[in-house]
Design a protein around this ligand. Structure first.
Ligand SMILES: [Fe+2]
Ligand SMILES: [Fe+2]
Length: 331
C-alpha cells in the first residue's frame, strides 16, 4: 500500500475521467482505511458527485504516486476549476501554481526534443483570466509561490509575478499572455548548462560565466521553431540585459531594452534573491529591495523599479519571517 494524499471533491468535473483512482477514507477501530471510490478510467458521473454530497464528503484521496496524473487532469480542467465558486482562492491558486510547475518540469525535461508551447500558452491564458476576474487571485497566487529555488519553481514564480505586476501596470490582455508565456520559459536554455555550474556556491570562473551567458540565446533557439509569438521571446533573450548596458548577451541598455526585458530583469533578480538557493539563504523582501536599490540600481529602469516596490507594497507574503532567512545585510 502506498501513501495517500487528499484532494478536494470540487476539483472533480462531472463527465470526465480523472485518470487516477479515487479513494474515500474511513476509520475501522480507529485505524484509517482507504476504500476505492472511483476508478481512474471510469467516467465521473453526476450520480457519483451526489453520492459524495449525501455522505458529506469534502475530501477524497489519491495515491501519492498518481499526483502527476492528477495535475494533468487539473491542467485539462483549469477553466472549470478557476470558475468554480465552491473552491476557495487558496485551492484555485494551488491548482494554478501546481499545474504550471508540472508543465514546466515536463518542458525542462524534454526541451531538447521539443517544447510544448501550447501547454504554456493555455496555462497563461487561464491564469490571466483568473487574475483579471478574481480580486483575491493576487494574494492567493503570491501565497503559493515557492520559496525554494529550482529552475522550474523560479520559472513559475517569474510568470506569476510577471502577470500580477503586468496587471498592476495595466498591460493589455494580449501583452499579458505574451509576457507570461515568455517569463515561464525565460530560463529554458539553462538545461544546456551543467548543474555543477548552476549550483556552484563560490565565484564562477571566466569560462563558467561564459557558459552561463549562453542560456538566453540557447532558450530562443529552443523556442524559435515553435510557433511562439515574437513578443514572448523578449523576456527569454533580454532578462539579463542591464539598463546601464553591462548585461548579456547583447550588452544593450536604456530604451534599447524592451519593457518586457526591463520587467523581467527586475523580477528575475527579486525572485532569485528572495528564494532559498542551494548556496544561499533567502533574503526577506525589504532587504532584497534595499540591496537592489543600493547595489544594483544601475541594472534597472528606475521608474519601473519604483513601481515594483509600490506593487509589492504591503502584500508580499515573503515579508513574514521564515527559518533560515537572511537578516538584512545593509544598514
Ligand atoms: Fe536567466
Ligand atoms: Fe531566471
Amino acid at each position: 500500500m502506498g501513501d495517500y494524499v487528499s484532494i478536494t471533491k470540487d476539483t472533480l468535473v462531472e463527465k470526465t475521467k480523472i485518470g487516477c483512482d479515487l479513494y474515500l477514507k474511513s476509520y475501522i477501530n480507529g485505524a484509517p482505511k482507504y476504500v476505492l471510490f472511483c476508478r481512474g478510467n471510469e467516467q465521473f458521473e453526476s450520480e457519483r458527485r451526489e453520492e459524495l454530497l449525501e455522505k458529506n464528503v469534502q475530501r477524497l484521496f489519491i495515491l501519492s504516486k498518481d499526483y502527476k496524473e492528477y495535475f494533468k487532469y487539473q491542467e485539462k480542467n483549469l477553466p472549470q476549476i478557476i470558475s468554480n465558486s465552491n473552491l476557495s482562492t487558496q485551492e484555485k491558486s494551488h491548482a494554478v501554481y501546481h499545474v504550471a510547475k508540472n508543465i514546466t518540469k515536463d518542458i525542462l525535461k524534454d526541451a531538447r526534443t521539443g517544447v510544448n508551447v501550447k501547454r504554456v500558452e493555455n496555462w497563461v491564458k487561464y491564469t490571466v483570466s483568473y487574475i483579471l476576474n478574481d480580486k483575491n487571485a493576487f494574494a492567493g497566487l503570491l501565497n503559493v509561490t515557492s520559496y525554494d529555488y529550482y529552475t522550474y519553481t523560479h520559472s513559475v514564480n517569474l510568470s506569476v509575478f510577471g502577470l500580477l505586476f503586468g496587471k498592476h501596470l495595466f498591460l493589455t490582455p494580449d501583452d499579458l499572455n505574451a509576457f507570461g508565456t515568455g517569463m515561464l520559459l525565460h530560463d529554458i536554455g539553462k538545461i544546456e548548462i551543467p548543474l555543477e555550474i548552476i549550483n556552484k556556491p563560490g565565484k564562477l570562473t571566466k569560462d563558467e560565466f561564459e557558459t552561463i551567458k549562453k542560456h538566453p540565446e540557447t532558450g530562443v533557439a529552443f523556442l524559435k521553431a515553435k510557433n511562439i509569438k515574437e513578443k514572448s521571446l523578449i523576456p527569454v533573450i533580454q532578462h539579463h540585459e542591464n539598463y546601464d548596458g553591462t548585461g548579456y548577451p547583447y550588452e544593450i541598455g536604456g530604451n534599447e531594452i524592451d519593457i518586457f526585458g526591463k520587467l523581467s530583469r527586475i523580477i528575475d533578480v527579486y525572485d532569485a534573491i528572495t528564494t532559498k538557493r542551494s548556496y544561499a539563504n533567502a533574503m526577506r523582501p525589504f532587504a532584497a529591495l534595499k540591496v537592489m536599490k543600493e547595489k544594483m540600481i544601475s541594472c534597472f529602469d528606475v521608474e519601473l523599479f519604483q513601481e515594483f516596490i509600490c506593487f509589492l507594497g504591503p502584500t508580499d507574503p515573503r515579508k513574514h519571517t521564515r527559518s533560515g532567512d537572511l537578516v538584512p545585510l545593509v544598514s
